[in-house]
Design a protein. Structure first.
Length: 188
């Protein structure tokens, strides 16, 4: 009974570490050092020593105040990224960019519970995305629904800046999604 609680606490603590590194800039410094070290290693006869793999670099932070969600965002949706936080689909628009930026997260599995509460989100809820440059955009949930696991509509292109979040539903047989519209402060 206590095992899920321990996993949840571990996931939250690990996520906070990624967020802290992103907020204070040490994550990008670590990436720059890693890149410099690779260049140095390759300069010494093209032989590269096996080194301890560094964790994936966070590219942003997602916050959903109504659901008490605050997690790091990683590039890609592989098991490494989704076990550490929320994943950005590389083929979708980038964070804070025009187009449909698509983010995915695990839902209550042993690999992560990051989007477990996502299906509780309501129309009008706000979602904030902060990138590495500490620029934050706020989005408002406009549409929620459930689609099949191979339904490509979650990746639907957009000419406007928008955000789509999705996770598994009904024991992985479907996907819950919410589509969010960018709230441009200049429009007020």
């Amino acid at each position: 009974m206590s095992v899920p609680i321990i996993f949840d606490l571990h996931d939250r603590a690990q996520a906070e570490k990624y967020i802290e590194r992103l907020e204070d800039g040490t994550e990008s410094e670590r990436q720059e050092t890693k890149t410099k070290n690779k260049k140095k290693k390759k300069q010494k006869g093209n032989k590269e020593k096996a080194s301890e793999e560094l964790p994936v670099e966070a590219i942003g932070i997602i916050e959903i105040p109504d659901l008490d969600i605050r997690y790091p965002i990683f590039e890609g949706t592989g098991e490494t990224q989704l076990s550490a936080g929320i994943g950005h689909l590389p083929e979708s628009a980038g964070l804070l960019a025009k187009g449909n930026c698509v983010l995915a997260g695990h839902n209550g599995s042993r690999q992560g519970k990051f989007f477990t509460e996502l299906s509780s989100i309501g129309i009008g809820s706000e979602v904030m995305i902060t990138n590495k440059d500490k620029v934050t955009h706020t989005y408002k949930v406009e549409e929620i629904g459930i689609v099949g696991p191979y339904d490509e509509s979650v990746r639907k292109e957009s000419k406007e800046e928008c955000l789509t979040l999705f996770t598994c539903a009904n024991h992985g047989t479907q996907r819950f999604y919410c589509r969010c519209k960018y709230i441009n402060e200049d429009d007020d």
